[in-house]
Design a binder for this molecule. Structure first.
Ligand SMILES: C[S@@+](CC[C@H](N)C(=O)[O-])C[C@H]1O[C@@H](n2cnc3c(N)ncnc32)[C@H](O)[C@@H]1O
Length: 492
């Protein structure tokens, strides 16, 4: 890189709304091909605020929220209705497996070894610790990667709806593993750009993705998958993926001016108590002002409740919960022991998963169930639902006084249906109590007045009028019986 090229690009980027790379030759001491200039400047596009297209026309980018009008949103939501790995990613993962383990990886001794690792990895992972020597990354790609890739796009959709995704973004993927979050983000943004272009909405993107990862073999896999994926340039987008920072997250320095930091299935792997994990998050986040933090963990009891402990420790440090929890009465969440997760459904089985599952007990190698616990945090008091309760409702913390009576309550729906088709059961929470509360709707009581309970999404707020309170002493919990005389309505 000659300093002359960079300083000229800086000058042009600061003084013009657009220019072509060939124009640079008017001012340089020697002539360069446009392609050469593009290659030299590409790693600097993010800092220069430039997006350069296939014709080498460079445009100065203004940072603003990505337009999320109704028609764009509907189309984007439509794309995620049948969640699956995109064909290109599926192919990429399968070729990685093939060249790591040979073309016949899904038969014979290699397949046996991989299957053994998948089972072992599941056991260790739920136990909260995991090592990734060599074949482990293959097992991870085959078993965990597809679901984690797809479920993250649900959270991205939420960030997009709320205006938290912008045209210029610095993203940090902590504990990146093989690149699940990085690849999922790029795929999401490319789909979005496709929709903009179809609708003739002129949007350009300038994205930089940094990573912190402690395992070298995962870094190797990350580098290979992301560089192959990005080898096709995307028009209207400059996407820079930097070399992963090889270190434990606890030792990483604060990330400067990040817009989005993602901890996906990594905090539970840190061998420190959940409260102390908040220190690592806070330190990494301390260099960024206008930041969104996304933390995702598995939905099982141990990891899910641990995330809520970390979340509360982060709130004490000055972060606010954007979603899924709403402080309905304006007071901080007192709920310890909170087990709440979302279940957006199943993904389609990728071909490579089908191949490794062609054996006895194939169900052991099929993983399609999206089920996760997450929190989105901000520091500027922005929240997804700004709802506040007014006097006509009973706080869940006060239910003891109302057992056997009909009362009005307002709460967030904090689970999918935990019951069955005969009796719908939803965990509900208003952030005033740590005792679990469940709205219980027998199907024979369902009618137009109370049906909206079923239609509420995870974290949505419902006002419930005339619910009968029952105490479940055996489980130290309360049931809020919804009968045909109970009305429920959305409140966010
Ligand atoms: C379960 S994988 C998750 C990978 C990816 N984020 C995803 O959601 O699929 C956990 C990853 O975090 C890495 N990891 C675990 N503890 C870490 C730490 N303290 N610092 C950095 N990376 C860590 C592991 O090496 C592994 O790549």
């Amino acid at each position: 890189m000659t300093p002359e090229i960079l300083s000229l690009a800086k000058y042009l980027a600061s003084s013009r709304a657009e220019f072509t790379l060939s124009e640079m030759n008017l001012y340089l001491s020697r002539k360069y091909e446009e392609k050469e200039l593009y290659k030299i400047l590409k790693p600097h596009f993010y800092d220069l605020d430039l997006v350069c297209d296939a014709h080498f026309k460079c445009i100065k980018l203004v940072k603003q929220p990505l337009p999320a009008d109704e028609s764009v949103l509907r189309e984007l939501e439509g794309l995620f209705k049948t969640p699956r790995l995109p064909a290109r990613i599926e192919k990429l993962v399968e070729s990685y497996i093939e060249h790591s383990c040979g073309k016949d990886w899904h038969t014979g001794e290699t397949a046996r070894e991989i299957r053994e690792n998948i089972v072992k990895q599941k056991e260790e992972y739920w136990g909260g610790k995991s090592q990734y020597p060599k074949i482990r990354i293959i097992s991870y790609l085959l078993y965990h990667f597809p679901v984690y890739f797809c479920q993250y796009q649900y959270l991205l959709l939420d960030l997009f709806r709320s205006g938290l995704l912008t045209t210029k973004m610095s993203i940090l993927d902590v504990g990146s593993g093989p690149g699940t979050i990085t690849l999922s983000t790029v795929d999401f943004l490319q789909k979005l750009l496709g929709i903009y272009s179809k609708k003739n909405i002129d949007v350009k993107l300038n994205i930089k993705i940094d990573t912190i990862e402690q395992a070298q073999e995962n870094i190797n896999c990350y580098n290979e998958l992301t560089s192959s994926y990005l080898s096709n340039e995307t028009d209207n987008a400059s996407i820079t993926i930097t070399e992963p920072f090889h270190a434990p997250a606890g030792a990483a320095k604060p990330q400067e001016d990040a817009d989005l930091i993602v901890f996906s299935n990594v905090l539970a792997e840190m061998s420190i108590p959940p409260v102390e994990r908040a220190d690592a998050v806070e330190r990494i986040a301390s260099g960024s002002k206008n930041l969104t933090i996304v933390i995702i963990e598995p939905a099982d009891l141990v990891n899910s409740t641990a995330l809520r402990v970390t979340q509360r420790a982060l709130v004490k440090k000055g972060f606010n919960i954007f979603s899924p929890c709403t402080l309905i009465w304006g007071i901080g969440c007192s709920g310890g022991n909170c087990w709440s997760f979302e279940e957006p459904g199943n993904i389609q089985v990728p071909d490579f998963m089908k191949k490794i599952a062609r054996t006895e007990e194939s169900y052991r190698y099929i993983n399609t169930d999206m089920k996760f616990t997450s929190v989105i945090l901000r520091k500027d008091s922005q929240v997804k639902h700004a709802y506040r309760a007014k006097g006509k409702f009973v706080r869940l913390a006060n239910l003891k006084k109302h057992v056997g009576k009909r009362v009005n309550i307002v709460a967030s729906v904090m689970s999918g249906n935990l019951g069955d088709e005969k009796t719908f059961v939803f965990k509900v929470c208003d952030a005033t109590t740590s005792l679990p509360c469940y709205a219980v709707l027998p199907s024979y009581h369902m009618n137009d007045a109370n049906r909206s309970l079923l239609e509420a999404g995870y974290g949505d707020i419902v006002e419930i009028f005339g619910t009968l309170i029952r105490e479940n002493k055996a489980f130290s919990s309360y049931n809020l019986l919804i009968t045909r005389n109970t009305a429920a309505r959305h409140a966010n």
